[in-house]
Design a protein around this ligand. Sequence first.
Ligand SMILES: [Zn+2]
Length: 412
Amino acid sequence: MSARTWGFKSPFAHPQMATLTSPDRLVLRAPRLLDGTGAAPVSDAALLLDGGRIAYAGPAAGLPSADGVVDRDFPGCTLLPGLVDVHVHLVSSAGPDLAADLPAVEADRTLAAVANARRQLQAGVTLVRDLGAPGAEAVAVARAVEEGTIAGPRVLAAGPAVTMTGGHIAFLGRVADGPDAMRAAVRGNLAMGARCVKVIATGGVLTRGIDPREPAYTQPELEALVGEAHRLGLRVAAHAIGEGGVAAALRAGVDSIEHGMFLDPAAIELFLATGARYTPTFSAPHGILAGPSVPSWIKDRARPAAEAQGASFRAAVQAGVPVVAGTDSGTLDNPHGGVAREVAFMVEAGLDLLAAVRAATAEAADLLGVPDRGVLRAGAHADVLVAGGDVAGDVTALQRPAAVFQDGRQVA
Ligand SMILES: [Zn+2]
């Protein structure tokens, strides 16, 4: 007989998960519901959660009769899918100097990742993609969340980012040069447990040397990496700030461009031709430029990218490029759990509010290969954020979680 049958609680289970476990069937009601697809808000709404899945989502009037089900009303609130952040670094904790602040020992970095995962969940984030760690830290967190031994969002982890000799952010990655080494890097990450790939296609703001606007890898190197990743069923995210690197990465077939602060018409055409998603990461330069202790050489490198970002974003949105929400959380003064604020930045930059919510829910989950999350519809996983206000009227209400459900259980 299994331990579970005896009601044994694992000593590794996070106490919050144990104490807040909800009944199998649950009705949630609120004056508003946004389903994550960009559809118009539903008024006087209800959700029926059953066995970790959504059994009904829509107007309360259409709710199937459900006798003996716990019924919870959230006056003044909005029901939404749990939020998705497609770009985080769980090992790092948003200090002013990323390289220096990263714990030197893998065990300590893993503990930091566990704490940061919990912060994400408490902010209503139920799914993240981790885009770079020195080793298997985020992969371990992903497995522990799946097994239910720690509290955190579901994690799709890239493992170490793949970067060239002299390239950006080698301390969150592995160095590879030449097409064969690119293929080997993908296989090495796969062996570690990675379920997606991150490649550094241009210089970066946080790394001296190669300029953020300059391409890093050659076309054959990028094509070797993407070809191998796709052959193995792994999607690829490319860090790319300058338009040349963006175009090279898109021509190689990457699935998303991270940052993309400098976009020209040719890059936008390539987005449309390939169907790749665009993750503008407004939170990243915002943290760098607003952070009081961030070194001035980093601010100087970030400023031109930050200044170009709004115009690039508006041009991409107008052209119909699909955008997703990613924060680069963990980087300088960019704390975990900030994707609700990223949504607000997108709205400030001109994106329609419902499209911005979609970028942090259905669109993002689809990019991560889990289209049955990030959406409130019958059959989807019961990941739900109850936001403390009318999100359709005030996007900042997303930053005030009233309750969070993951696979049908209340976790915050
Ligand atoms: Zn990043």
